[in-house]
Design a protein around this ligand. Sequence first.
Ligand code: G3H
Ligand code: 13P
Ligand code: ZN
Length: 347
Amino acid sequence: MLMTTKPMFELAYSGGFAVGAFNVNNMEITQGIIEACAAEKSPLILQISKGARKYANMVYLKAIIDAAVKEHPELPIAIHLDHGDTVDLVNTCLKDGFTSVMIDGSHHAYEENIKLTAEAAKAAHAAGVPVEAELGQLGGIEEDVVGLSAEDYAKNMGKFLTDPKQAADFWKRSGCDSLAVAIGTSHGAFKFKHEAKLAFDRVEEIMKTCPGLPLVMHGSSSVPKEFLDLINKYGGNMPNAMGVPEDQIHMAVTKYGVCKVNIDTDLRMALTAKIREVFATKPGEFDPRNYLGPGREAIVGMVKRKLHMLNCAGKAEAVVKQWEKAGKPVPSFYARKCCAPTAAAVA
Ligand code: G3H
Ligand code: 13P
Ligand code: ZN
């Protein structure tokens, strides 16, 4: 069942779980995620980046996701724009039927971030869609944005973490519905040089200054050793890759108000490890089904593992009830042809 992230976060905020937001780029990745969530009876967020839209073509991605929604009407599914950078892109996604959007103005000056987010929130709210914003700067791809080397970024990280007081002001003035916070995570497979450590004190402070605001963790892949080892064993070269330890994510989710956890890198690693294994052990293999199939299976396993880490296995039914309790119409991925206001405007 397609829905916004609102009922998911309403339950997650004080329910000791978070919803996994998994990046989708093709059919196998989508199927792997859906199969795992169906088996674990878990709500889920399928997120689509600007790069995914470009790679797969939205018409194809829409059809794949629509098929998943039809096949699993019992599953609470939100379709989310990941790292939207312009109001135009947000509007396009609203027209495409997304049920959640992110506007990421974190690399702009503070006032500019507020202005951009407020504009995106106005458009999205008119269509009944909640908005995720970002404040503070993550490492990884975002190091390039702040123009620092990974080393200099690490040395100066305190400066880039989300400021709790600023977060309160930002929330009030931007009208966002959830906030991605910088607490030491980063995108990609090379998150830490030495010891992995998240700034939980910041999360605690942000929860005090912004009570009730669902928090989002980007860059939350764990780079599991067995998949890293497989990649390196079968011809890959990812020395010193390191992710966020799963116990730290589990703590962020069960102890603090983290309601959404973004995972892309670990899906890429699962798929890549299995494809590499097939190519290395069966050099004569050239049927894509025989390497994409094991890759898809590995994604199923990876997502199941995440759902337990996020404590959201088994929460599907409660989320559906929460959505229906509010009397929300089920948005159709195809029905919404324009951004005309719907009855489901988020408060
Ligand atoms: O945050 C970035 C996500 O991993 C999406 O990556 O822009 O390469 O699709 P992408
Ligand atoms: P990872 O690179 O850690 O998987 O993070 C993905 C992400 O934050 C997508 O927005
Ligand atoms: Zn991200």
